[in-house]
Design a binder for this molecule. Sequence first.
Ligand code: ADP
Ligand code: MG
Length: 248
Amino acid sequence: MSQLHEPQFALHVEDLTVTYGAAPALWDIDLDVPPGVMAAIVGPNGSGKSTLLKAVLGLVAPVAGHVRLFGQPLDAVRNRVGYVPQRSSVDWDFPTDVRDVVMMGLYGQLGWFRRPGAAHRARAMAALAAVGMQDYADRQIGQLSGGQQQRVFIARALVQEADLYILDEPMAGVDRPTEDIIIALLQDLRDRGKTVIVVHHDLSTVERYFDWLVMLNTRIIAQGPVAEVYTPETLRETYGHRVALVKA
Ligand code: ADP
Ligand code: MG
């Protein structure tokens, strides 16, 4: 069964339009992200960044267009995609401890009916150690600070051993040490050939953190290597006159 379409891209989006009511949240999006890059998606509040990630992950249905991941529809590659949602969109009151949250990242490989064993628990603990949260394995997720919760969700994505990581504002509301840990982990994934796509809110760190950039405001304003597309002109077109070019 071969239905490969644009397999040279980790993510290929074509003619994508999404509406919630009358007004489009995304309009006629064409987007290609090559494998092995660390890409930022930037744009003002309400510009459709989260909606774009949700459409890629099949969490909202487009009125037009299609998405391919490594040339295939999402259903064929779901296990190869790790997703960290925007923290504010998660219900933190569910009574689950940190280890179990991380183990959820393994269900794609385990299936829902196979019980995880010692090897899986060890992988979950290794991922927690990678984000500096090994001492919190038995805590309830709702009792952690925002930055700690974010680290746990990144550990959950790490155990998946995905090929594409998609994160919605992982650095929002976290302290500086947490931000440094998250960025180092994501850059390490990129250096190992994984593809990382991050909705990012801080323009002052775009050039330092990322090598690929997507500028969005309901439609695509610019996309490509950061050094080529991050300019005063594209910033103005994306944000209006509210921001000037910030050099780190
Ligand atoms: P961003 O992540 O860039 O801030 P969003 O993708 O969350 O933007 O939202 C894009 C637009 O769609 C906004 O105008 C927002 O109000 C609207 N929107 C987002 N989610 C919903 C929803 N579930 N129902 C109705 N409108 C929504
Ligand atoms: Mg958002």
